[in-house]
Ligand binder design. Structure first.
Ligand SMILES: CC(C)(COP(=O)(O)OP(=O)(O)OC[C@H]1O[C@@H](n2cnc3c(N)ncnc32)[C@H](O)[C@@H]1OP(=O)(O)O)[C@@H](O)C(=O)NCCC(=O)NCCS
Length: 148
């Protein structure tokens, strides 16, 4: 059985641990800036196992950057903690924060893991944005409040 996952809002002191678990953040200053801004704005949530509340194993961001709708721009689970329901726990915690009738998110067409996660959680396709990443369209997904 997977250990119990706890999700809480991120604090400034979590930023280094968030960057540490995210290979892109380690390499890209823009991702680090995005994380710091999300934490400062109260938009970032972090996950840990109940047995080890100091070790972060994932994070997700919920904001209103998508046409003023609830939007999840990013969710990342530490590679050693994947396929144990951590992303599912984060997504469910973010869904509980939603005020509006629709929750949007998006991912690259090539991101099979994220697409499968979204399908399992009841998100449906809501369009496609071309020309962001060459040859890898961004797929937009939505979940309606009645199913949140
Ligand atoms: C996508 C991601 C967040 C999933 O995190 P996770 O904690 O492993 O996901 P969960 O354990 O909650 O998976 C729930 C379901 O999603 C699907 N899924 C998750 N990872 C999958 C994979 N690699 N292949 C196929 N299906 C997958 C499965 O249906 C899974 O249920 P199951 O394990 O019972 O089969 C993780 O792979 C990740 O951090 N990827 C890198 C960052 C990223 O691409 N983020 C998304 C774009 S912002």
């Amino acid at each position: 059985m997977s250990p119990q996952t706890i999700v809480r809002i991120a604090q400034r002191g979590d930023i280094d641990s968030i960057v540490e678990m995210d290979p892109i953040a380690k390499q890209e200053p823009d991702r680090r800036k995005f994380i710091a801004h999300a934490v400062a704005a109260g938009h970032c949530w972090v996950a840990m196992e109940a047995e080890d509340a100091l070790a972060l194993i994932g994070y997700g961001v919920l904001d209103h950057s998508f046409f003023e709708h609830d939007f999840i721009p990013l969710i990342v689970v530490k590679s050693s903690a994947r396929r144990r329901g951590v992303a599912t726990a984060i997504m469910q915690a973010l869904e509980l924060q939603c005020q509006g009738g629709k929750l949007f998110t998006s991912t690259n067409t090539s991101n099979f893991a994220m697409r499968q996660l979204l399908r399992q959680l009841g998100f449906i396709r809501s369009g496609q944005i071309d020309n962001l990443d060459d040859g890898d369209p961004e797929l937009v997904f939505v979940k309606f409040r009645s199913s949140l």
